[in-house]
Design a protein around this ligand. Structure first.
Ligand SMILES: [Zn+2]
Length: 273
């Protein structure tokens, strides 16, 4: 997530205020950064990532990603029509052995080659890509950067308030403030983000025609694999039980979305029954 840190600096220059709502009528969120600035910074970080040469894997990722993106734009209730159309997204396989995947504002997706062993089926791939595209639809990157900016502004205020106190006291207060801001604001929000991305992602993959039960199986399997050292991808993700419970709660709605999408795409035959 280091591209977010770089993005924060540039985006701060284009500070805008705004309250938004997460797609699907979810919670409202405070966005303090300009989307275009964020997308530009993300694009620069993206351009510098090393590409892996595996044309077959890349073709598969692109095919599934395009279906998922189309679904994310048109999904009833949870869709975000402002996402760029599928053909405008840059989709790459990153030459990095760590199991990770990401999507960036402005239409960019990266899958690390180290993620491929966890994605034997297209349902697995759709699970991961839908989850990442949902982070973009929910503007979680912009929200995280905004939270970081607020925390930084708060730290400046603490420093000023303590200006006449001895330096050691100021250091102590700042350290405490930093810990509180991180634990109290940034971490819980991040878990919310993950749960939101899980729910919307499940709706998107269902809309794209994939079986949403694959998401539950995937996250169970992926969580079990972290025993031998947690991959970065999981570091802010909710506890496995919370995650699976959230996915199971979303499943009936996702199945209904999938049925509806299949009805709509089946041409009427007019005959049998
Ligand atoms: Zn996530």
């Amino acid at each position: 997530m280091t591209w977010l840190r770089a993005a924060a600096l540039a985006a701060a220059a284009a500070l805008l205020g705004g309250c938004q709502t997460v797609p699907g009528g979810g919670r409202s969120q405070l966005i303090l950064v300009d989307d275009d600035a964020l997308a530009r910074e993300a694009g620069e970080a993206f351009a510098q990532m090393p590409r892996a040469r595996d044309e077959a894997a890349l073709a598969r990722i692109r095919a599934v990603a395009r279906k998922v993106i189309a679904a994310a734009r048109t999904c009833p209730k949870y869709g975000d029509p402002s996402l760029p159309p599928p053909e405008r997204w840059e989709i790459v396989l990153v030459d990095d052995p760590t199991p990770n995947a990401f999507a960036m504002p402005g239409g960019r997706i990266g899958v690390h080659r180290g993620m491929l062993p966890f994605l034997p089926t297209d349902g697995d791939l759709a699970t991961v890509l839908s989850h990442e595209v949902a982070h973009v639809a929910c503007r979680h990157g912009a929200e995280r950067v905004s939270q970081g900016l607020l925390a930084a502004l708060g730290a400046v205020a603490v420093d000023q308030a303590m200006a006449d106190k001895p330096a050691s006291r100021r250091q102590e207060a700042l350290a405490l403030y930093g810990a509180a801001a991180t634990l109290g604001v940034i971490l819980p929000y991040s878990r919310d983000h993950e749960s939101e991305a899980d729910r919307l992602g499940m709706a998107y993959m269902a809309r794209a025609g994939y079986d949403p039960t694959a998401a539950i199986a995937f996250w169970r399997r992926f969580a079990a694999s972290k025993e031998g050292g947690a991959p970065e991808f999981l570091s802010t993700h909710p506890s496995d039980k919370t995650r699976v419970r959230g996915l199971e709660a979303m499943l009936p709605e996702a199945l209904a979305i999938r049925n509806e999408a299949q009805r709509a795409s089946t041409p009427p035959t007019g005959a049998s029954r």
